[in-house]
Design a protein around this ligand. Sequence first.
Ligand code: COA
Length: 185
Amino acid sequence: MPAASINVDDDILLRRPSLARAEDIYALVDANRDHLCRWLAFVDAMRSLQDQRAWLKAMLEPGHERWEYPMMVLHKGVLVGMIGVQNLGSRARFCELGYWLAADAQGQGIITRSCGALLDYLFGVEGINRVQIRAAVGNARSRAIPERLGFTLEGILRQADLANGVFLDMAMYSMLKEEWEERAT
Ligand SMILES: CC(C)(COP(=O)(O)OP(=O)(O)OC[C@H]1O[C@@H](n2cnc3c(N)ncnc32)[C@H](O)[C@@H]1OP(=O)(O)O)[C@@H](O)C(=O)NCCC(=O)NCCS
């Protein structure tokens, strides 16, 4: 069962959304459509508050959190983006992180710090052994996050995603539990 919230530091809190937050999340997606749609396929599918509600409702179905769950990123109490934990539930105990931030919240280390706290939680509490991050080869800001956190670049998955009508080559990064723990000592 994922934590209801994770304290990243004095400024940043990750919190599991309730269905009531669909409106806030949709407003942020809608205000950042151009910024987000180049790299994120879901943005195009999120055309109305109803779409957002349906997505969130599916995420909050009992049991769904064993496979994936979203967390809101709150900066000084304000919703500024989302982080998703995905592809959970494998026998090999790996998962993947996905994230996005409002354009005007970039450049402050919010996602790097949030991913760091999530790694502590996933390795330390959830028993995960490997965390993956996939970022489009051309998405320098996204790739900088696993690189800043010391992930290993394993290779390039050719045309492994499709966003905005373009097939994207994806850089696959990973962090192992033993590496993360070694880093912390
Ligand atoms: C990908 C995305 C979340 C990255 O946002 P970001 O603001 O660059 O990432 P962070 O929040 O970790 O901030 C890092 C920046 O803050 C700076 N920073 C300040 N304080 C920091 C701290 N304590 N720790 C780390 N970085 C810090 C870093 O130097 C970096 O600055 P730079 O932009 O000049 O290099 C954002 O660009 C985005 O949402 N893009 C569109 C959607 C997307 O591509 N999602 C990912 C799909 S794979």
